[in-house]
Design a protein around this ligand. Structure first.
Ligand code: UD1
Ligand code: UDP
Length: 363
């Protein structure tokens, strides 16, 4: 069996790392195809280094651009590599343009596709991620659903049950594998002048939030309100998309500590020590849930409803008063919810399912 792992962005590198580790442990034949969607050191290379991953065998260097341009370049490049390498199966993860391009290029070449983190839905088709995950799921032959809920969503869309495997989310594996190591990064608190449980952490980078001047401005006003009301500093590692928009729109956040995007271990450490996290990130909603850190999501919907159900997360939208109100509620919540995203063995389940399915292709 030969597997092609297609990735291109920060969350894909992090969430694929447990699968890659397992493939290495089992001595499977695989290669990594990087689209080049993320290319800045702090969004890309740092994660390969920190997670001890071998570099990608191919990097298409597609870089940034409009959705069509970026996805189109990826399709051309991925098709070329897949034709040359003839893998038995292609794996994609999540909901980025890289995910969509990888799934689409492979299915058109009649190469089976495995989608890691299948069956998530926000039901908001104005978000590029929703289109990407929907299409990737419907191109896939093996759908690795993180929860029973995501499995039922896929069944409801007419996807045959024999293609769906509930594995848990690999975000849990990655977190369990790295949290202890992250503990060794406590100097990051000192460096930033922070005290455990006496600061808030924020991440805001989603297109619908930061590409709209008024909406981004209102979110930053909300953070300002929160910081003044509770007297805690808010630390915000700024994604390059958000940084670019902040400059372009002339937004000047008040009472927020803007810092560079963090490496995974430093970010995990800050996340685990924060009193509360404000975010629009998918992965951060999951990680805060697993870490039992209260989360307020700066969106009107989520494809991670499990976090709302167990009580780790509330949707605040983007209005300052609502953000303040939801923070107040979350600060009063008991942090005893269960982790709905699995036992940290998703990577090994995925590897086993693949080896069972494609073992006849060994030679
Ligand atoms: C992408 C994903 C999003 C995911 C995020 C993870 C899509 C449609 N969106 O958003 O779902 O949450 O990755 O972080 O795939 N830039 C850099 N350096 C880089 C990469 C990007 O400076 O290495 C800047 C460029 O100005 C670029 C902008 O960030 O135009 C946006 O990059 P892009 O790849 O289009 O999407 P993300 O916002 O990163
Ligand atoms: N993350 C990180 N450094 C940061 C911010 C986030 O390492 O400064 C990690 C975080 O731990 C999580 C992942 O990036 O695993 C989430 O990625 P992102 O928010 O970019 O994308 P999304 O999950 O929204 O697609």
């Amino acid at each position: 069996m030969k597997v092609s792992i297609i990735l291109g962005t920060r969350p894909e590198i992090i969430k694929f790392s447990p699968v890659i580790r397992e493939f290495e442990r089992l001595g499977l034949d695989f290669f990594i195809l990087h689209s080049g969607q993320h290319y800045s050191y702090s969004l890309d290379r740092v994660f390969f280094e920190q997670l001890g991953l071998l570099g990608a065998q191919y990097n298409l260097d597609v870089g940034s651009g409009s959705h069509g341009l970026q996805t189109g370049k990826m399709l051309i490049g991925i098709e070329d590599v897949l034709k040359r390498e003839c893998p038995d199966v292609v794996l994609v993860q999540g909901d980025t343009n890289t995910t969509l391009a990888g799934a689409l290029a492979a299915v058109k070449l009649h190469i089976p596709v495995g989608h890691v983190e299948a069956g998530l839905r926000s039901y908001d088709r104005s978000m590029p991620e929703e289109i990407n995950r929907l299409l990737a799921d419907h191109c896939s032959d093996l759908l690795f659903a993180p929860t029973e809920k995501s499995k039922w969503i896929l069944l409801g869309e007419g996807i045959s049950g024999d293609k769906i495997f509930v594995t848990g989310n690999t975000v849990v594996d990655a977190l369990y594998q790295n949290l202890k190591i992250a503990e060794g990064r406590r100097d990051v608190l000192k460096r930033l002048g922070l005290e455990e449980q006496k600061f808030f952490l924020a991440t805001i980078h989603r297109q619908e939030n930061v590409d709209d001047k008024d909406r981004f401005g209102r979110i930053l006003d909300g953070l300002d309100l929160v910081s003044r009301k509770f007297g805690f500093p808010i630390v915000y590692p700024v994604h390059p998309r958000a940084e670019k928009r902040m400059k372009q729109f002339g937004l000047r956040p008040r009472n927020i500590r803007l810092i560079e995007p963090l490496d995974y271990l430093s970010f995990l450490l800050l996340e685990s020590c924060a009193r509360l996290v404000l975010t629009d990130s998918g992965g951060v909603q999951e990680e805060t849930c697993i870490l039992r850190v209260p989360c307020v999501t700066l969106r009107y919907n989520t494809e991670r409803p499990e976090t709302l159900e167990v009580g780790s997360n509330l949707l605040a939208g983007t209005e300052p008063e609502s953000i303040l109100e939801k923070v107040e509620i979350m600060l009063g919540r008991k942090r005893d919810w269960p982790n709905p995203f699995g036992d940290g063995k998703a990577g090994s389940r995925i590897a086993r399912i693949l080896t069972d399915r494609f073992k006849e292709n060994d030679c």
